[in-house]
Design a protein around this ligand. Structure first.
Ligand SMILES: Nc1ncnc2c1ncn2[C@@H]1O[C@H](COP(=O)(O)OP(=O)(O)O)[C@@H](O)[C@H]1O
Ligand SMILES: Nc1ccn([C@@H]2O[C@H](COP(=O)(O)O)[C@@H](O)[C@H]2O)c(=O)n1
Length: 325
């Protein structure tokens, strides 16, 4: 039985990478450390139109999946939604800090974070020109490549290494020369304004958090952030906010709060909520570890033949199952 009830993996849509120079194709082999406990040789392939290292088996047994014949773990996937500048990234950072994951090599991490912004669609030159004038709606669901998002998360759940571009807010493009490699981890956080909007994506999460910060605070944080970090001027930030960000929040993001398992008022300021979530994650990881250890050394099981219930076939068995009549 699948511990987290995932569906089997499927084909990968790479349409967003259609214009990557074919010379970017290469193969690499690296040693992969899975959850600090197992090490496997993984041959990864990254080429035009492809940024998932797909050279691994997708077959899974319980929460265990096979990586080139070596068993790896399916992660616990947590969705973190909330309005712009609500503190999603900061909450994820706090969770990672409290789980001791920040000052750690990427490959060793048991908890990793992926941003939904890496799944913005590529824009045409005309759309980029609109974006530069604050006239493109980045807060509408159509701005995202839903298929790619879904397939990438499926790969993450299948224990595969995935490679995703980081996002360049200054130029409204994906940084295809700055690819983030996400190694298999025990916990994967996926944060973004619309992570609960797409039903198929939403179903993949084991736990859903919604960071609920009031809109005045969010705007007060977004303005300096966009000016200082995202290369915008005040007029641009305010007109984009009034024309697109605020209406889209009300229409598409805010209604997804109802899907959350946990709502975090005040975001990263809410250390009580964050501590509870961290403790819950620890409990889940401990249970998962215990059940994996049990599955690695299964108890001896003996079937007592029907009609001879008193006859012990194996005297050293720890558990005896009786066949149903
Ligand atoms: N609790 C907080 N107190 C003060 N500033 C915060 C707090 N949480 C986030 N910020 C700041 O607000 C901005 C947006 O936060 P961030 O976590 O990036 O939000 P999101 O990921 O939801 O867009 C950042 O500049 C961040 O440093
Ligand atoms: N080129 C872009 C892409 C996105 N945005 C805005 O980013 C917001 C989502 O990121 P948060 O960290 O704030 O959650 C979203 O509201 C978009 O408007 C942008 O301005 N430019």
């Amino acid at each position: 039985m699948d511990m987290y009830d995932h569906r089997p993996g499927s084909a990968f849509d790479n349409s967003r990478f259609g214009h990557v120079d074919a010379s970017a194709s290469f193969f690499c082999t690296r040693r992969l450390n899975i959850g600090n406990r197992r090490t496997a040789n993984v041959t990864s392939k990254y080429q035009q139109k492809q940024f998932v290292c797909a050279n691994m088996s997708d077959k899974r047994s319980g929460s265990i999946c096979k990586l080139n014949g070596v068993e790896g773990k399916a992660p616990f996937l947590i969705g973190v939604a909330g309005g712009t500048a609500s503190g999603k990234s900061t909450v994820c950072k706090r969770i990672m800090e409290k789980l001791g994951q920040v000052d750690m090599d990427q490959k060793q991490r048991q908890v990793v974070c992926i941003s939904q912004d890496s799944f913005y669609r590529d824009l045409t030159p005309k759309e980029i020109a609109k974006a530069e004038q604050g006239q493109y709606n980045f807060d509408h669901p159509d701005a995202f490549n839903e298929t790619l998002m879904y397939e990438t998360l499926k790969d993450v759940l299948a224990g595969k290494i995935v490679q995703i571009p980081s996002y360049d807010y200054k130029h409204h493009t994906l940084k295809k020369d700055e690819i983030l490699t996400i190694y298999p981890a025990d916990v994967v956080l996926f944060e973004g304004i619309l992570v609960f909007y797409f039903p198929e994506v939403r179903k993949l999460f084991h736990m859903k958090l919604f960071v609920d910060t009031d809109s005045d605070t969010r705007l007060a944080r977004r303005v300096p952030r966009d000016i200082n970090e995202r290369g915008r001027d005040l007029d641009q930030v305010l007109s984009q906010y009034m024309n697109f960000v605020k209406p889209a929040f009300e229409e598409f993001c805010s209604p997804t709060k109802k899907f959350a398992d946990v709502i975090i008022p005040r975001g990263a300021d809410n250390s009580v909520a964050i501590d509870l979530i961290v403790q819950h994650i620890r409990d889940i990881l401990n249970n998962k570890r215990n059940s994996e250890e049990r599955s690695i050394s299964p108890p001896k099981v003996t079937v007592t033949p029907v009609g001879s219930p008193s006859k012990k076939v194996n005297a050293s068995a720890d558990i005896i199952f009786h066949r149903p009549h």
